[in-house]
Structure formats: structure tokens, C-alpha cells
Design a protein around this ligand. Structure first.
Ligand code: NI
Length: 224
């Protein structure tokens, strides 16, 4: 299931992000690539030690982790420190799946969900689509600046070559309390039904039944 997380960042926040990008140092993305990705990765990433990184993280991640769509669809247990990537003309990221376990010793996490936050406008570049393989075929994703997409980390995906301009994104990974994607999707759908019922018929028997089923399924399927 691919989930769009709309309006993670507004125009003013994006302007601040662009300012950080213009001052930051970038290194070859291959340096952070996992075993499967190293041969196909061709992009630039902000240097982790960059002095602006903390401020940038506070802004981007601060907004993302409070977003209701993120919370209800990811059921997050842990979220990674993001990478900030830049794809100039001719750059791309070939077909790969993300490493199952990431993070330094002592801070390891399992990657259940991958998130890309689009940080500049699709009019600023040609190509650069995120292409995710799903059971229903390829999903091609190129969102407006400030929006994010979340997809299962086990999906094969790639970033098409940028043929004009520059694509800038933040990418991060989530360990969900619910490991299984099918269970997570069912819980997400049920939580949506519950929200609708709570808004329309709070206190009614059907609301209580759905709500109890959601809460107890969450208890049954989650690990923290
Ligand atoms: Ni990837």
C-alpha cells in the first residue's frame, strides 16, 4: 500500500529547507548505500556531520512525525534520521530494495516503511520519478513540494534519471509496531472506519464494536 502524506511542509518551511540545502555540503550517495544498492546508486547526499543537519531534521522530521496520516498509516515504533538527497541532471537510483536493518550499533531498526518527502516542485526537474513495483504494477510517484509518499520497504523501487534540473528529497525509514504489511493495512482501514463512526455516531453500539475490534487487534498484532 502506498500512502500519500500531504502538506508535511508549507511554503515558508520549504524556503527554509532550500536555504539549508544551498549552504550544505554534499557527498556521493554511494557512501551510504547498502549491499544491493551500491552499484545502482548515483546521487548526492548531505554530509551527516553538516552543522545544519540538526536544524533541518527538527523542521522536516518534527513536522512529519506529528502528521495524522503518518501516525495512522505507519503505526511507528522508530523512525530513522533521514538522508537529504540531491539528484542533478543525469543522476538516478537504479532498481533495488532497501536494507532490512539499518542504524548504528545500539540504535538498530528494522525498515518496514520507506518515506520520501519531495522538497522541490516537480516543475523544477524532468524525470526523477520514484517508481515502486507493487502487486498491481508499477506506481509512478512525483509529488508536489512538501508532500511525502510512504511505501513498504520490501518493494523493489528506483528513481528515474533526472534529465533536467535538480530533484531534492528527504528519505527516511520507519520500524512499525505492526511488522506485517497486510496486518498494517487492515488496521489502517479499520482505524479509518472507526474515525468515521466516532465522528458520526459516537456512543452507538456499532461504533463501540468496531472500536473495540480495532483496539484489540492492535494489541494482538503490535510489538514495541
Ligand atoms: Ni531505496
Amino acid at each position: 500500500m502506498l500512502i500519500t502524506i500531504p502538506d508535511v511542509l508549507n511554503k515558508e518551511e520549504l524556503a527554509v529547507v532550500h536555504n539549508y540545502f544551498s549552504q550544505a555540503n554534499f557527498v556521493e550517495g554511494k557512501l551510504s548505500a547498502g549491499s544491493e544498492a551500491i552499484d545502482v546508486k548515483n546521487n548526492l547526499e548531505m554530509r551527516m556531520s553538516d552543522q545544519h543537519m540538526d536544524q533541518l531534521n527538527n523542521l522536516v522530521m518534527g513536522r512529519l512525525v506529528q502528521h495524522p496520516a503518518y501516525l495512522s498509516a505507519a503505526m511507528p515504533a522508530k523512525i530513522a534520521v533521514p538522508f537529504y538527497a540531491k539528484y542533478s541532471e543525469g543522476m538516478q537510483y537504479g532498481k533495488h530494495i532497501d536494507d532490512p536493518i539499518m542504524g548504528p550499533p545500539g540504535q538498530r531498526y528494522r525498515t518496514d516503511l520507506s518515506i520520501t518527502v519531495f522538497l522541490n516542485s516537480p516543475e523544477n526537474y524532468d524525470g526523477g520519478e520514484l517508481v515502486v513495483e507493487t502487486a498491481f504494477g508499477e506506481q509512478i510517484v512525483k509529488l508536489d513540494a512538501g508532500n511525502a509518499i510512504m511505501y513498504p520497504s520490501g518493494s523493489t523501487h528506483r528513481v528515474a534519471e533526472v534529465t533536467r534540473g535538480e530533484r531534492i528529497v528527504a528519505v527516511t525509514w520507519v520500524q512499525s509496531m505492526v511488522r506485517d504489511p497486510a496486518q498494517r493495512e487492515l488496521l489502517y482501514r479499520l482505524s479509518q472506519a472507526r474515525e468515521l463512526l466516532l465522528a458520526k455516531s459516537k456512543g452507538e453500539q456499532e461504533t463501540e464494536l468496531v472500536s473495540n475490534a480495532y483496539i484489540n487487534l492492535m494489541r494482538m498484532w503490535s510489538d514495541i
